[in-house]
Design a protein around this ligand. Structure first.
Ligand SMILES: Cc1ncc(COP(=O)(O)O)c(C=O)c1O
Length: 497
């Protein structure tokens, strides 16, 4: 036993026997309270994760997640080669943090809904974002974005802007951009839609937020793929939807296996199943439409990176196969251009437009017209087309470099699945190794690789690393694969055979 940690945690609200859903959050909360109450004083070393895991009869990755949260929130620091220490209150940041949290009891309780999102702090904290971008999944080649072209267009916008354009703008977006997007979709996706059905948003997640809030009441059934995009799951969970995770086979979601009687919608990624990368077969797309028709449900088609996944082997979108406004199509420029752009769009059935608009007006109101106008010009002047071709060529080259180097170093110890046509590759990790632990160890060495198991809902999971391969240049790819291999080899020494 490492000092009296068990009773300290117990006294601060951690009940190990209870079956918590996210144990690490409860563990983190108990540690936080203990630190704030000074039961764990400055510079105290926390028990090694392995020992605490054993004492509490939980997994080591759970302890590491809790420790990581404490580090991110500056309650604890890591000392390389030594362990985790409670930060001294002399440290300015923790001092401010302690003072601002010491009065937590005086404030109203947070909503249950906010709890569904809390685990995402872990994914997107400033600390983790500052760790670099190799091999963060979902990023395009950021270094080839035509900054000067974009800069020229935006300067031009501000040079010519009229005072009236500085006022409140149309919630659903500028007409010029909506028209250009409908042309773009016709050319690249063979999608026919009216510009007045297109709503400009800040991205696919924002679109999903608006749609879900338009449709879901507590207890309403929704179907999702398993594995899925974790933020989509958390969003639906926060709305208290009754979620049915459905398995994927080599043709896409096994829609025939769903049991939901009265689903509001299915959320799916047919072009490039997220994160497994499977392309839904034409047969399955037709089955899906049939199923939705029968159930009177909507299909939310998240075509988040169709530019990549459909380049060499295009297959009709579910939207284009449908003729009765049953599909809500989500698109984004945050993947093709860069995530800091915050610009996406959706094609919405007429039935939903006013509702979505009302919810939108009540929250973020509209995307800045300067961004919309610049994007519109970017499409009109054919810059988007040129950039798309560059991005495809560079991604292809980087995929080659990544896979060659990865396979040379790892020699099958982590097996790459090359079939993914999106922005990431999956490396299969042996079943007796925890992908969460490996991801955590890599992160401590400034390499990002998300654990595949985190994308699964329920206890049946696959182990793997989800790695973006194209956001950084060839030299950085090579250096980081070497570093990754070293970290991996060192970590193997501690794993029992
Ligand atoms: C499947 C999927 N859909 C949507 C998104 C969100 O995209 P956006 O940045 O446009 O909100 C992501 C981001 O990673 C994603 O992986």
């Amino acid at each position: 036993m490492y000092f009296n940690i068990k009773s300290i945690l117990w006294n601060h609200g951690f009940k190990e026997k209870e079956s918590y859903k996210n144990i690490y959050i409860h563990l983190y909360e108990a540690f936080k309270k203990a630190i704030l109450n000074k039961a764990l004083g400055s510079n105290i070393k926390l028990p090694p994760s392995r020992i605490l895991a054993k004492d509490l009869d939980i997994s080591r990755s759970t302890v590491l997640k809790a420790y990581n949260l404490l580090v991110l929130e500056k309650y604890v620091k890591t000392v390389k080669g030594s362990g985790y220490y409670v930060l001294s209150s002399k440290d300015k940041k923790i001092y401010q943090k302690l003072n601002s949290n010491a009065t937590t009891g005086k404030y109203p309780k947070l909503s249950k809904r906010s709890k569904a999102f809390r685990k995402n702090i872990y994914l997107s904290s400033n600390n983790s974002l500052s760790k670099g971008i190799a091999f963060r999944p979902g990023l395009p080649p950021l270094d080839i974005f035509p900054v000067s072209k974009w800069g020229g267009l935006i300067t031009n916008y501000w040079r010519n802007v009229r005072p009236s354009e500085l006022s409140y703008s149309n919630t659903i977006g500028l007409e010029c951009l909506r028209k250009n997007i409908s042309t773009y979709l016709k050319v690249y996706r063979n999608i026919n839609c009216n510009a007045d059905q297109i709503i400009i948003t800040s991205g696919s997640l924002h679109s999903l937020y608006l749609i879900s809030n338009s449709l879901i009441n507590k207890g309403d059934e929704v179907v999702i793929e398993n594995p899925t995009y974790p933020r989509a799951y958390d969003l639906l969970n926060s709305l208290n939807a009754k979620i049915e995770p459905t398995a994927i086979d080599e043709e896409g979601i096994c829609i025939a296996k769903t049991t939901s009687k009265n689903p509001k919608f299915i959320y799916t990624t047919p072009s490039n199943q997220y994160p497994l990368g499977i392309k839904m077969s034409l047969n399955r797309r037709c089955e899906l439409l049939e199923w939705a028709r029968e159930k009177n449900a909507f299909i939310i088609e998240d075509d988040y990176n169709h530019e990549f996944s459909n380049w060499e082997n295009p297959i009709s979108s579910v939207y284009s196969l449908n003729n009765e406004e049953r599909v809500i199509y989500l698109g984004t420029f945050n993947k093709l251009l860069h995530p800091s752009l915050r610009l996406g769009y959706m094609i919405v059935p007429y039935y939903l437009i006013d509702t979505v608009k009302a919810i939108y007006e009540q929250s973020s109101r509209f995307v800045p017209p300067s961004t919309q106008k610049t994007m519109s010009q970017f499409i009109e002047k054919d810059y988007l087309n040129k950039h798309l071709r560059n991005v495809i060529a560079v991604s292809k080259e980087r995929k080659e470099i990544f896979t060659t180097h990865f396979d040379n170093f790892f020699e099958g110890q982590i097996q790459l699945d090359n079939s993914n046509t999106g922005l990431h590759l999956i490396g299969k990790v042996k079943n007796n190794h925890s992908d969460e632990l490996l991801s955590e160890t890599l992160s401590q060495n400034n390499i990002i690789a998300h654990p595949l198991s985190n994308y699964f809902v329920g206890s049946q999971k696959q182990n793997g690393l989800v790695m973006g391969y194209c956001s950084v240049n060839n030299k950085v790819i090579k250096e980081n694969i070497y570093k990754m291999y070293k970290v991996y080899s060192d970590s193997q020494k501690n794993i029992p055979l």
